[in-house]
Design a protein around this ligand. Structure first.
Ligand SMILES: *Cc1c(COP(=O)(O)O)cnc(C)c1O
Length: 394
C-alpha cells in the first residue's frame, strides 16, 4: 500500500487561520499549482472555494484547464508564462495571465481578438462569459525576483497599452518577493525595497488615471509577517497545506504577537509488506551501506523514491508504526525501503506505516522534519509525491 491521505478538514482549518490574519476585504488567491502542491488540484480547489477563497492560481494553462473541466468558474491566475500555442486555450478558458512585456501582451491581445470575434467558440464550455467585454490580464512588475514582469519604470506604459486595448483589460497588478521568507535584516531590507518599487509602479499607473485593479504581492511568508503589504489580495501556497514558509515559523510569528496555527494536510502512508529476521552482519539495500551489528528485525515497506521518498534521504527517514518511530536503514530503493524495528516491537505484517503527516494520521514526523533531514524544503517533499501514490480524501 502506498497512499497520500488528504485531510481536507485541515485545509479548511488552515484557510480559517489565514483569514483571521487578513485585513478586512483582502481577497485570498489560493495556489493550487503543481496539483495543489501534490494534494490534488481539483479536490483542494473545491474545498478552498467552499471556504470562501476568491481566486485560484496555477502555473500552467493545462493546470487551469483541469480546473475549468471540473466545473470551477472562479478566476484563475496563471503564474508562469505560457507558450505561443497555448494562448488560444488560455483565453478560451478565461484563465488570467500575468503579463510583463509588449510582445507577450500583443500575443494575448491577438488571441483574445480571435476568440471574441468567433461567437461559437465564445460560447463553448468554460469559456469567457458572454457578458464579459474584455479578457482580463494582470500586470506583473519585477521588483527584484528577476523572473517575470516588467521593470517598475515600464509599468505605466504597459498599463496604458492594456487600458487602450479593445480586447484586453487590466484586472490587477502584482509582484513577487525574492526573500520574504527570511528574517535577517539584509533580506528584510530587500523585501522592503521591493515593496517600495512596487508601490511606486502602482502610483505611476494611478497617476495616468488608470485603475490598477487588484493589487497583490504577498505569498505565504509576507502575508503573515508583513500584514501592511496585503494590499487587495494575498497569494498563499505552502501555508494552505500546513507548512511554514522558510523562517516565518509559528514561533517567529507568535513572538511578534501573531497567532497562527496550521496543520499538515497530507499524510504519506504505506504498510509493512514483510518482516525479516536479521542476524548480526546482514546488510540492507544497494551498496550495502548498512549492516546489522546485532540480531534485529527489518520491516520491508513498499514505498520508494518513485513514490516521492527522495533517495538522498537515506539514512534520515523515520517511519511511524503503531505509535513508535523506526529508522529507515540503507538506501531507499525505487519502490521499497526497509526500516529497522528491532527484536522487541509488536509490529505485524500489513501494519500501517506513516512517513509524514498530521498527528491524526498516526505520523510522528512532518514533511518539515523530512525536509530538514534532507537539506530541502517542505515544498519539494510534498510536490515529489508521485502520481502512482493514490490520493485518498478524508
Ligand atoms: C507559488 C507562488 C505563490 C505561493 O507561494 P508560497 O510560498 O507557497 O506561499 C505565490 N505567488 C507566486 C507568483 C508563486 O509563484
Amino acid at each position: 500500500m502506498r497512499i497520500a491521505e488528504i485531510y481536507l478538514g485541515n485545509l479548511a482549518y488552515n484557510i480559517a487561520q489565514i483569514r483571521n490574519n487578513l485585513r478586512p476585504g483582502v481577497k485570498i488567491c489560493a495556489a493550487v499549482k503543481a496539483d495543489a502542491y501534490g494534494h490534488g488540484a481539483v479536490r483542494c480547489a473545491k474545498t478552498v472555494i467552499e471556504c470562501g477563497v476568491e481566486f485560484l492560481s496555477v502555473a500552467t494553462v493545462d493546470e487551469g484547464i483541469e480546473l475549468r473541466e471540473a466545473g470551477i468558474s472562479h478566476p484563475i491566475l496563471v503564474l508562469s508564462l505560457c507558450d505561443a500555442e497555448e494562448m488560444d486555450a488560455l483565453v478560451k478558458n478565461n484563465l488570467t495571465p500575468l503579463v510583463g512585456d509588449v510582445e507577450y501582451i500583443d500575443l494575448i491581445e491577438k488571441a483574445a481578438k480571435k476568440i471574441f470575434n468567433s461567437k461559437s467558440e465564445k460560447n463553448s464550455e468554460g469559456a469567457i462569459s458572454a457578458n464579459q467585454e474584455k479578457f482580463i490580464v494582470h500586470l506583473a512588475v519585477d521588483t527584484g525576483m528577476g523572473r517575470i514582469g516588467c521593470l517598475p519604470c515600464d509599468a505605466k506604459d504597459l498599463a496604458k497599452k492594456i487600458a487602450a486595448s479593445q480586447f484586453i483589460s487590466l484586472g490587477g497588478v502584482c509582484t513577487h518577493f525574492a526573500s520574504a521568507d527570511e528574517t535577517s535584516k539584509k533580506y528584510r531590507d530587500f523585501a522592503q525595497s521591493q515593496v517600495e518599487k512596487f508601490s511606486a509602479a502602482i502610483n505611476s499607473i494611478r497617476a495616468e488615471k488608470i485603475d490598477a485593479g487588484i493589487v497583490h504581492c504577498s505569498s505565504s511568508a509576507a502575508l503573515l509577517d508583513r500584514p501592511e503589504w496585503q494590499f487587495n489580495m494575498v497569494r498563499p501556497g505552502i501555508i494552505l497545506y500546513g507548512y511554514n514558509a522558510g523562517k516565518i515559523t509559528s514561533e517567529y510569528l507568535s513572538q511578534k504577537g501573531i497567532k497562527f496555527d496550521i496543520k499538515p494536510v497530507m499524510a504519506l502512508v504505506t504498510n509493512v509488506s514483510a518482516l525479516r529476521h536479521f542476524t548480526k552482519g546482514m546488510s540492507v539495500s544497494y551498496g550495502c551501506t548498512w549492516t546489522s551489528d546485532k540480531e534485529t528485525k527489518i520491516a520491508v515497506l513498499p514505498i520508494g523514491y518513485a513514490d516521492g521518498l527522495l533517495c538522498r534521504s537515506s539514512p534520515g527517514i523515520e517511519v511511524a508504526i503503531n505509535g513508535k518511530k523506526y529508522p529507515v536503514r540503507g538506501r531507499v530503493c525505487m519502490d521499497q525501503c526497509m526500516a529497522e524495528i528491532g527484536m522487541k516491537s509488536d509490529v505485524k505484517r500489513f501494519d500501517r506505516a506513516v512517513i509524514f503527516g498530521p498527528e491524526e494520521s498516526g505520523a510522528l514526523c512532518t514533511a518539515q522534519d523530512l525536509a530538514d533531514a534532507q537539506g530541502t524544503i517542505p515544498y519539494e517533499i510534498l510536490t515529489c509525491v508521485s502520481k502512482r501514490v493514490k490520493r485518498v480524501y478524508l
